[in-house]
Write a protein of this length. Structure first.
Lengths: 164, 123
């Protein structure tokens, strides 16, 4: 983010100018500020963190499952109800077309979306009680959600593809 | 001139303020249990051909939970997508998007419930 206009900082110019809130000392540019100091809360001034990542992923995965995953589940159920021929079309689309790439992409994508949304959903139930708002716990629980999503997806496909 | 806000002032709450929020939490809980069950059923299917799929969900032990899962997930996604639409769409397009969402949910529910019933009662 850019500096404040120097017009503001020069308010009360002189060696003993009064401390004005939210002005930037020209001798200490933003780039060299101590990273331990908190950032000013403002729309454009923030550092990306895992809590933001799981927040937007929760929405993205929810929308993805609603408009991609659910229609596929509907197609699958309708194909089972519709008979062997309908089921063959479904199977072909996900296992034969483009060498089965669609099946892998959607299958792994949807399980990852499910487990991320599930993990963060549970985290949200804790947040609803007023817990996990401390900075450290909020960050750790966000990282735990990401770890759970990846681990559960790997375990699921390891079981289906290798163990069985 | 009497505005819309003047007509509702002093009448108290509509008694439905937390309804959306609370039902989203309730369906989050039922989704959690039902989706964990569904993922385990999917993973443990001996094969993924037509006969196995039909046989798996012909049993009442699986078609009834699957029915519950469909209802719970559709309710949850209906509430969730409503919030997303209200965040990004305004004016007329918001109304259109919300109507399309409701049509999607009702049509999807009908397709899923009919398919599950047909499988259970002998496709």
């Amino acid at each position: 983010m850019g500096r404040r206009p120097s017009g503001l900082a020069s308010h009360g110019a002189g060696p003993h100018r009064p401390r004005v809130p939210f002005t930037v000392d020209e001798a200490q540019p933003l780039a060299s500020r101590s990273p331990a100091r908190p950032l000013s809360p403002h729309l454009g001034i923030y550092r990306w963190g895992p809590h933001m990542l799981v927040s937007i992923l929760h929405r993205a995965t929810g929308v993805a499952m609603a408009i991609v995953g659910m229609p596929i589940l509907l197609w699958w159920l309708a194909a089972i109800a519709g008979g062997a021929e309908r089921y063959a079309t479904f199977s072909w689309f996900f296992t034969q077309l483009a060498g089965g790439a669609i099946g892998y992409l959607v299958g792994i994508g949807m399980t990852l979306a499910l487990f991320l949304h599930m993990g963060n959903g549970v985290r949200h139930l804790f947040l609803d009680t007023g817990a996990l708002f401390e900075l450290r716990r909020n960050k750790l629980s966000s990282l735990a959600v990401l770890a759970f999503g990846a681990t559960a997806t790997i375990l699921f496909w390891f079981y289906v593809g290798v163990v069985k | 001139m009497r505005t819309a806000i003047g007509q509702v002032r002093g009448l108290g709450s509509a008694k439905a303020g937390s309804h959306h929020w609370w039902n989203q939490r309730l369906t989050a809980g039922s989704n959690l249990l039902l989706m964990l069950w569904f993922v385990i059923v999917l993973a443990r299917m001996p094969a993924y051909d037509y006969a196995t799929a039909r046989e798996t969900f012909a049993s009442a032990w699986r078609s009834v939970p699957l029915l519950l899962l469909i209802v719970s997930v559709f309710y949850h996604l209906r509430l969730g997508l409503q919030v997303v639409i209200e965040d990004y769409q305004h004016n007329e397009s918001r109304i259109v998007a919300l109507v399309v969402l409701n049509l999607y949910v009702v049509a999807g529910l009908a397709i899923a419930l009919f398919a599950i019933a047909k499988i259970a009662f002998g496709a």
